[in-house]
Design a protein around this ligand. Structure first.
Ligand code: FNR
Length: 366
């Protein structure tokens, strides 16, 4: 029998429930990674290579873990990252995530390939709630320009251009489930080929010719901050700074693209010392995503210099299993874990988090 919501005590619990109750095709699409799923598994395990060096006898009676991301104040340093096809898991789709994000004062990144239309997701936001746009760049730049400028007009506060997906990875679980019912607003229209799983079916419009040369064009069509999502080595972070973008997400797309790509946290440990050495760490905001399941994961990322982290699958699973109350609870659990662990590490605010609080000798770069 399905456990009641109160029996979910951490983010992994939602996944276990979702696995039992979700439709097979939906489970296959959400849970799969590329090829042998080595990177997908590594994403969470990489956090296990980092240990804490907590401080003691610090007054932690009051703990404030709010922060800012691209200038927006948020309750806790995570955002809901873009994940396509929300209606596979819940008939209401992405707006469920919008409402939960509002409740917990965190930012939602709206996927290009959402099941709900972009406007439905923006309309579901309330008051001054902030949303970002995740962009897959269309071969037809006029379409891309329309999407970007529409998002800016509708108040989006960040443009996250996905740069790790010139071609979609092979997610074999998903391919086997022979995707049939997309239920999406997808732009690709009649070109879709449904024989290769959900991912392939909806991605044929993405431009594999996208390059650094396109960045000035993006800057010319929008005033939104531009962030490159899916950067995987320090050399490219330096190029991103030189290109004048506002941020990067160190990410391997949840292990769904290049198998054997390194985890975001591992890349972060490579990137930050180089940025600091050049004095460039103030010129760009660094985010990571992939495998973040515990507040300790968030804290480790911030200690190493990330401004915040993205979380994907756990909210999809919570939404699929329990609807909005599930996502609410998942976010609340992270807040509870955050408060406790900030206390235990001896920090009362996020600006106190710094590299001396972590022992990274277990990471492979050492
Ligand atoms: C994604 N991700 C993703 N990224 C993106 O830029 N555009 C997209 O359409 C999608 N779609 C998508 C669907 C599903 C089902 C998943 C699980 C992921 C990647 C996502 O933004 C993020 O990088 C990872 O999900 C982070 O890893 P975790 O938190 O899922 O482990």
């Amino acid at each position: 029998r399905m456990p009641i919501l109160e029996q979910c005590y951490n983010l992994m619990d939602f996944e276990a429930v979702a696995r039992k109750v979700m439709k097979k095709t939906a489970w296959a699409y959400y849970s799969s990674g590329a090829d042998d799923e080595i990177t997908m598994r590594e994403n969470h395990s990489a956090f296990h290579k980092i240990w804490f060096r907590p401080r003691i006898l610090v007054d932690v009676e009051k703990v404030d873990f709010s922060t800012t991301m691209l200038g927006t104040k948020v309750d806790i340093p995570f955002y809901v990252t873009a994940t396509a096809l929300g209606k596979l898991g819940n008939p209401e789709g992405e707006v469920v995530l919008t409402r939960a994000a509002k409740k917990h004062n965190v930012i939602q990144m709206i996927p290009t390939l959402a099941s709900c239309s972009f406007d439905e997701i923006v309309d579901a936001a309330e008051g001054d709630q902030v949303q970002w746009l995740q962009l897959y760049v269309n071969k037809d730049r006029e379409i891309t320009k329309k999407i970007v400028q529409h998002a800016e007009r509708r108040g989006c506060k960040g443009l996250f251009i996905t740069v790790d997906a010139p071609q979609l990875g092979r997610r074999e679980k998903d391919m086997r489930s022979k995707f049939t019912d997309v239920g999406s607003n997808v732009q690709a229209g009649s070109e879709v080929d449904k024989s290769q799983g959900a991912a392939r079916a909806i991605s044929s419009f993405i431009d594999p010719a996208l390059s650094w040369k396109d960045i000035p064009w993006f800057k010319s069509i929008t005033k939104m901050p531009i962030i490159l999502k899916g950067v995987q080595r320090v050399e490219d972070v330096l190029l991103a700074v030189e290109a004048g973008v506002h941020g990067v997400v160190l990410s391997n797309h949840g292990g769904r693209q290049l198998d054997f790509a390194r985890s975001g946290i591992e890349v972060l440990a490579e990137v930050m010392p180089v940025l600091r050495e050049r004095g460039w760490d103030k010129r760009i905001e660094i985010y990571i995503d992939g495998g973040v399941r515990r507040a300790t994961d968030i804290i480790k990322a911030l200690c190493l210099g990330a401004k915040g982290v993205g979380i994907g699958r756990p909210f999809l699973f919570a939404m699929s299993a329990y609807g909005q109350p599930g996502v609410d609870r998942a976010m609340q659990l992270l807040k509870d874990e955050m408060e406790m662990n900030m206390r235990l590490i001896g920090c009362s605010s996020v600006d106190q988090l710094n590299p001396t609080l972590v022992d990274t000798r277990g990471l492979s770069m050492h």
